[in-house]
Design a protein around this ligand. Structure first.
Ligand SMILES: [Zn+2]
Length: 88
């Protein structure tokens, strides 16, 4: 995936705020999520290649808090270009 494709995937997250946190599953029906930028997998279940911590959208996001997740790698790579800020 190119950087441009990644930016397109994340385009609706521009200028949003994120909070660094442990991954918690969104609903009982959904035990995993993916990073919006690179599709890395988040899960509470310990399995190879799975992330347990990331950057989640906050309550300010139009879909709600913890709805979308960005992995630490993508956050570091794209936060300036995307205008992301990290809140406590
Ligand atoms: Zn990522």
């Amino acid at each position: 995936m190119t950087k441009r494709e990644q930016l397109t995937l994340m385009s609706d997250l521009r200028d949003d705020s994120f909070r660094r946190k442990q991954y918690k599953q969104w609903s009982p029906e959904s035990d995993r999520d993916h990073c919006r930028g690179c599709w890395a997998k988040f899960s509470e279940i310990d399995s190879p290649g799975t992330l347990h911590e990331g950057n989640a959208t906050t309550a300010d996001y139009d879909q709600g808090g913890d709805y979308d997740w960005i992995c630490p790698t993508c956050f570091n790579a794209f936060h300036e270009e995307m205008g992301w800020c990290l809140v406590e």
